[in-house]
Design a binder for this molecule. Structure first.
Ligand code: NAD
Ligand code: ZN
Ligand code: ZN
Length: 238
């Protein structure tokens, strides 16, 4: 699903060239912006506009400045999905995607209420991911990954805020952000499918694990975790 666009174009879409160089350091290479980036300009195909080592760029929304070549190097080190994240303030430009393996997300409705949400029913999400082989985006390409505890059952209150979280989780799922392949911090097992920083409630009727109900802050917390991956209500605006 990675975009076919040139890395230079991605940088130039979200950063503009700064004429008067500010008396600041580049947050990537830590050198002064008035000194050139240590990275070399990659050779570009015909017609492509290249980025020079002394070019300083400014992010169009957050306004943070850094060497454009340093940002290009950081982009080329990542998943190259056409999105950028400002290394200063973490603002996301474009659609960040992750490395979640193939699987399915199903949604059901349960009449029973969750502790702490007595006035509504419950949304149940079931994530199913079968074992497979790691792709180039994973830590050990070509090696298998395991899937522990699948299908995973998750719960949300079926109220306005819970339904909003559900819609954003659907976006996060399509962008492959809910799970990743890595080492489980609970079991220490490597090359396995693990949660990826967007917390889910996997326990319905108690909170003995810390991953259940009641938890009055849960919906706000998960909304900010989604936002830190670039998944917000803006995703539904045309
Ligand atoms: P992990 O241990 O690497 O932790 C990643 C994140 O997931 C952390 O933020 C952690 O707080 C959170 N997390 C840990 N346990 C969780 C749980 N039970 N429910 C919701 N979030 C949890 O992630 P992981 O290896 O993907 O999951 C942790 C363990 O939980 C695994 O051993 C997994 O098998 C087990 N689990 C089992 C089920 C099940 O239905 N049997 C469901 C979910 C998780
Ligand atoms: Zn730099
Ligand atoms: Zn920024």
């Amino acid at each position: 699903r990675a975009s076919a666009q040139r890395p230079e174009e991605v940088i130039q879409r979200y950063m503009e060239v700064v004429a008067g160089v500010p008396d600041e350091d580049c947050i990537i290479c830590m050198d002064q912006l008035s000194n050139p980036s240590g990275y070399e300009t990659p050779s570009t195909e015909e017609g492509g506009q290249s980025i020079l080592p002394d070019t300083v760029g400014k992010f169009i929304k957050c306004g943070h400045t850094l060497h454009m070549l340093c940002m290009l190097a950081m982009y080329n080190n990542g998943t190259k999905d056409g999105s950028l994240q400002c290394p200063s303030c973490k603002t996301i430009y474009g659609e960040k995607t992750g490395t979640q393996p193939k699987g399915k997300m199903e949604i059901y409705s349960i009449a029973q209420s969750l502790p702490g949400h007595p006035d509504c029913g419950t949304i149940q999400i079931i994530y199913s991911i079968p074992p497979g082989l790691q792709g180039p985006e994973h830590p050990n390409p070509g090696q298998p990954y395991t899937c522990r505890g699948f299908p995973r059952f998750c719960f949300l209150p079926d109220n306005d805020k819970g339904r909003k979280v559900l819609e954003l989780l659907k976006v996060a799922w399509m962008r492959r952000l809910i799970f990743t392949v890595g080492t489980s911090s609970t079991t220490g097992e490597p090359d396995t499918v693990v949660w990826n920083g967007i917390h889910h409630k996997t326990e319905m009727m108690s909170n003995l694990s810390g991953h259940g109900y009641p938890d009055p802050n849960y919906l706000d917390n998960v909304l900010s975790e989604l936002a830190s991956q670039g998944v917000t209500e803006d995703c539904f605006k045309p």
